[in-house]
Design a protein around this ligand. Structure first.
Ligand SMILES: C[S@@+](CC[C@H](N)C(=O)[O-])C[C@H]1O[C@@H](n2cnc3c(N)ncnc32)[C@H](O)[C@@H]1O
Length: 226
């Protein structure tokens, strides 16, 4: 089903206390109901960002959503003293009221200036958030977007393959694989067999690893060195 701005978006708490957004029309959450922050830390920070040893690296995210992954990456970049260039694509950005409401639910971090900066900065241009983190938020559809640049880490965080099968295809993974540097990693919460086969068909080397809380497995896909 096409994603539309008209779809209702409701904020819900997940099991670790951190918030997510639920779209009743799709019966789909933006994050795991077992813990939004726990999922993001496990899938994207620990098994994406931290798998690449470079001090300077580039990340491409599919699905900016609430900006949770971007914000946690910004925090991790500063902590690990890594310079991160973060490009992210989103078909249906939250409006200011929505992300401000979401921010209120982030326990212990409400009013975090970095979260506000990441969400409040303009779309379509590169913005310096801190000495460790630059971001460009692109409002477009990954299916028709011509990806520019090359990347060390891909956060593949669209809605699930059962909801959006048209996004988890060999064609889209091939387009992404073409902009991955040798040794780059694509990380995703999905462990579905068809997703694994489509990633392999796009020339990536796929591994199944333990998933975040509530999920037995997830996938990593590496760009071979040759
Ligand atoms: C699982 S949520 C992402 C959560 C997000 N990474 C976060 O940290 O909050 C999926 C996101 O992908 C976006 N999306 C869905 N289809 C898309 C497409 N074709 N192109 C770009 N973004 C898309 C949705 O609007 C939604 O915000």
């Amino acid at each position: 089903m096409p994603i539309s701005r008209k779809m209702r978006r409701l904020i819900k708490r997940t099991r670790d206390g951190s918030p997510t957004i639920f779209i009743p029309e799709l019966n789909e959450h933006y994050h795991s109901v077992y813990g939004a922050i726990a999922e993001s830390e496990h899938v994207f920070i620990e098994n994406g960002l931290k798998r690449i040893a470079k001090r300077n690296l580039s990340v491409f995210e599919i699905g900016f959503g609430t900006g949770l992954n971007a914000w946690l990456t910004c925090i991790a970049a500063e902590k690990d003293k890594k310079k991160v260039l973060y490009h992210t694509i989103e078909i249906s950005p939250l409006n200011k009221e929505e992300w401000q409401e979401y921010e209120k639910y982030l326990a212990g971090s409400a009013g975090n200036p970095l979260f506000r900066h990441v969400n409040g900065c303009p779309w379509g241009k590169e913005v310096i958030i801190s000495s460790w983190f630059r971001i460009k938020k692109i409002k477009d559809d990954i299916a028709r977007h011509n990806i520019k640049g090359t990347y060390d880490v891909i956060y593949f965080d669209a809605f699930g393959p059962d909801i959006q099968p048209e996004i988890w295809t060999k064609e889209i993974f091939s387009k992404i694989s073409a902009v991955m540097n040798a040794g780059a990693v694509l990380t995703t919460y999905s462990a579905k067999g068809e997703v694994r086969r489509n990633l392999q068909a796009a020339g990536l080397k796929v591994e199944r690893i333990p998933g975040p809380p509530g999920k037995r497995q997830m996938l990593l896909a590496f760009k071979p060195f040759q």
